[in-house]
Ligand binder design. Structure first.
Ligand SMILES: Nc1ncnc2c1ncn2[C@@H]1O[C@H](COP(=O)(O)OP(=O)(O)O)[C@@H](O)[C@H]1O
Ligand SMILES: [Mg+2]
Length: 360
């Protein structure tokens, strides 16, 4: 093969078609030289249409590919594994695990991308981890909250007694601090213990009524600069659930999104989408359900801060000054009490929280 490269002879790629991994080979301009059958199926294009095209240009967030390609070309690695999401208009986003290999000795086909869809199994593992973590967390928080709650009443009562005995009224300033701070702690502790309430499954409810309520509350809080799109699947059946809890869960998520969007809201282009879908045969919290509901809350904000990304569902974890770090803990608990789970994907420019609830 001296002096020629496989790209001169398309048949030399035939072997790639037996692979289940999607393989895309890019040339020195980051254009597609070859995409195997699995890649064409995964990305829903034909080789004929994409050969010679810049691969990154096929996706609305192609910059992730460009960045990776440049890193590869600068030979900052010879082989790299990572996960990313590719978006194309009119298609579901693809969650991919990607292995990038740089072919240093073949200048005409410098970069090979091997891609596998991050499948149900992986999602399931992640959900199970969230579930176990949040159970352990709840236990810890419950115990801690009780330990704090017990002496609080005593402290407050003693401060009140002391106050009534004070000779100089100016000293009340100090007893008032004790009383006020005890009250603040009391309400924090109450909020930590609140999710222990069992959901009142009163009736069948329409999830879109929940969405509409939350939408109007958040829009009332942000009357200007924020658009909340709705993309509802109106064929969704009713859900068995506690309406107040589901409203609270969705409100916490949506309000977080609005808070993250504050900069954009100031500029007038804050956007949140509420999107509902039916999912068939999905596994939620270890149980397989024939039918489930997906409720997506997507915002175009800056993304979840990297340093707290893995812990946002933990109590008291907050990325905001003055945040309590309880909003998502509470939302997750409420949804779990409905045998559901909340998941999250986030990067700069797009954060998506998904509430999954079993229907059948
Ligand atoms: N849509 C979002 N975009 C960016 N960051 C978010 C988003 N939702 C949640 N977060 C981050 O997660 C943190 C935890 O949220 P939460 O549990 O509601 O607590 P709090 O809102 O009191 O901080 C937030 O402080 C924020 O940093
Ligand atoms: Mg919050």
């Amino acid at each position: 093969m001296a002096g020629s490269s496989p790209s001169d002879n398309p048949d030399s790629y035939a072997a790639l078609d037996v692979l289940t991994s999607a393989v895309v080979i890019l040339d020195e301009q980051a254009c597609v030289v070859h995409a195997n059958t699995a890649a064409q199926a995964l990305m829903d294009f034909s080789l004929k249409n994409v050969r010679g095209q810049r691969f990154a240009a096929l996706f609305s967030n192609g910059e992730v590919i460009d960045a990776l390609y440049h890193e590869a070309r600068e030979q900052r690695f010879s082989n790299k594994r990572l996960d990313f999401e590719l978006e194309r208009s009119g298609h579901e986003p693809l969650q991919l695990h990607v292995i990038v290999t740089v072919l240093l000795d073949d200048p005409s086909t410098p970069v090979v991308l091997e891609m596998q869809e991050i499948d149900q199994q992986l999602r399931q593992n992640r959900e199970e981890r969230i579930l176990e973590q949040s159970e352990a967390n709840r236990e810890l928080v419950r115990n801690l909250a009780h330990e704090v709650k017990n002496p609080l009443g005593g402290i407050r009562g003693a401060a009140q007694l002391l106050e009534s005995e004070l000779a100089t009224p100016e000293l009340r300033e100090y007893t008032q601090v004790i009383i006020k701070e005890s009250d603040r702690l009391q309400s924090l502790v109450d909020r930590l213990l609140a999710p222990q309430r069992r959901p009142h499954i009163v009736a069948e409810l329409n999830i879109h009524e929940v969405c509409e309520r939350v939408r109007s509350v958040v829009l009332a809080e942000y009357p200007r600069g924020l658009v909340i799109d709705r993309d509802y699947d109106t064929s969704l059946p009713e859900v068995q659930g506690d309406k107040e809890q589901l409203i609270q869960a969705l409100l916490n998520i949506t309000r977080n999104a609005a808070q993250a969007l504050e900069e954009r809201i100031r500029q007038g282009d804050g956007r949140i989408s509420l999107c509902t879908r039916v999912a068939r045969q999905s596994t939620i919290a270890k149980t397989r359900h024939r039918l489930a509901l997906e409720l997506h809350v997507i915002d175009n904000g800056p993304g979840i801060p990297e340093d707290i990304k893995d812990r946002i569902f933990f109590p008291l974890v907050s990325g905001r000054a003055g945040g309590s770090g309880l909003g998502l803990t509470l939302a997750q608990t409420f949804v779990q009490q409905h045998q559901g789970v909340i998941e999250c994907e986030s990067r700069a420019g797009r954060t998506e929280f998904t509430i999954l609830l079993p229907l059948q």
